[in-house]
Design a protein around this ligand. Structure first.
Ligand code: COA
Length: 378
């Protein structure tokens, strides 16, 4: 992945080209090896007036192979990874370039917010004034109402994820914050203050997915494999859901990915989850089966998801501190997880026994979700 942050002058294609270049170097492969490209991008038409960005992104990465843009809001590149895995598994390709990019900070916050809001139901939600901080704040308030907990519990998530990012050179924010900072920050949409929100970010991510045979033939030594992948869906609009505090799309994605990998929630050593807002981390931990419904709210405050805890979550800093260039996020989770598992991430030493990792990448208010399971190759 590229460094995430503010680089408003760089186009999405430049960001993806940089990420792809890093992936080629990492794998020891050249663009000529790529047989297909899946590129995640959500708001290029809004931010750059650029459609048809699959072949454009591929071109920027030196590839003329078939290329398709995958759009599933903030889960775009998670879905791109999943499609790449499926192509390799079903024998259609031996080497697939996946990932994504997003350019957001060339827009004002208001313009970016309007662009992001198009991931909600335009007729019933967006027209009523719902933005993403707004939608997730409804979910947070409902969670407090049903299960208890409060702003301090959510603040502990932001503090943890900022702390995890302090040494991550690719993270947008590499500084610690305190619970006091979170609680006294300007309100974005009650109960969220500034630090409950992921930021607007620019960035790209890329990965080369190869078959075992291809790796053997080329003498590659991939230390990590994707052993399970799953995608789930749900009613699109929040008001159509049975519950505002459960995310069945994530439950379904996790069930499929666990089944595919032959593992369960207790086998997961570390996870990168989609904390676009602090409450989203709580909902993710419950949907993934790490906690019962209504019980994950205190996980960060109790230190359980901390780097030193029983099951560290978002060691990259998560979307909160690493940044959230939406089309790049799912691919970035896979990039960070790969480094964490193979031992070359700044936070790897703290989890040197970790062998199984999970990424959870959600679209909208989790109307779509992709879960991938990654494992150290024995
Ligand atoms: N966390 C921490 N710091 C943040 C931040 C965040 N989420 N967002 C902005 N900042 C910092 C900036 O770095 C800047 O600091 P500086 O003055 O030291 O440079 C300062 O806060 C002001 O930044 P600015 O971009 O002007 O803030 P803003 O008020 O216009 O926007 C939010 C802040 C939270 C409203 C905006 O980041 C946002 O809408 N985030 C949500 C994005 C989203 O919905 N994503 C999709 C999820 S589904």
């Amino acid at each position: 992945m590229t460094a995430f942050g503010k680089s408003p002058e760089r186009t999405a294609r430049e960001l993806f080209a940089e990420a792809a270049g890093k992936a080629y170097d990492d794998a020891g492969l050249s663009p000529g090896a790529v047989e297909e490209v899946f590129y995640g991008n959500f708001m290029g038409q809004h931010a750059e007036q650029q459609g048809h960005s699959g072949p454009l992104a591929a071109d920027s990465a030196g590839v003329t192979a078939p290329a398709t843009r995958i759009e599933s809001a903030c889960a775009s590149s998670g879905a791109a990874v999943r499609l790449g895995v499926e192509r390799v598994r079903n024998g259609a390709a031996d080497c697939v370039l996946v990932g994504g990019a997003e350019r957001m900070t060339n827009l004002s916050t208001a313009e970016g917010t309007a662009g992001l809001a198009s991931a909600a139901d335009a007729l019933w939600e967006t027209k009523a004034g719902v933005t993403f901080p707004g939608a997730y704040s409804l979910m947070a308030n409902r969670y407090f109402h049903e299960h208890g907990g409060g702003r301090e519990d959510l603040a502990a998530i932001a503090v943890k994820n900022h702390r995890h990012a302090t040494e991550n050179p690719l993270a947008q924010f590499q500084r610690e914050i305190t619970v006091e900072d979170v609680l006294t920050a300007p309100t974005v949409c009650s109960p969220f203050g500034l630090y409950d929100c992921s930021p607007m970010s620019d960035g790209g991510s890329a990965a080369l997915l190869v078959s075992e045979e291809f790796a053997e033939e080329r003498g590659l030594d991939p230390e990590v494999a994707v052993t399970g992948t799953g995608q789930g869906g749900d009613r699109m609009a929040l008001h159509d859901r049975v519950s505002m505090t459960r995310t069945p799309a994530a439950e379904r994605a996790a069930a499929a990915a666990y089944d595919d990998a032959g593992v369960g929630p207790d086998d997961i050593d570390i996870a990168e989850v989609h904390d676009c807002f602090t409450v989203a981390e709580v909902l993710a931990l419950e949907a993934l089966g790490f906690y019962e419904t209504g019980e994950a709210i205190s996980a960060a405050a109790d230190g359980e998801t901390d780097i030193e805890g029983d099951r560290p979550v978002n060691l990259s800093g998560g979307l909160k501190a690493k940044g959230h260039p939406v089309g790049a996020t799912g691919g970035a989770q896979v990039s960070e997880m790969t480094k964490l598992l193979r031992g070359d991430h700044v936070n790897s030493d703290a989890v040197s026994d970790a062998e199984v990792g999970l990424t959870h990448n959600a679209g909208g208010t989790v109307a779509s979700c992709v879960v991938n399971v990654l494992e150290v190759v024995a």
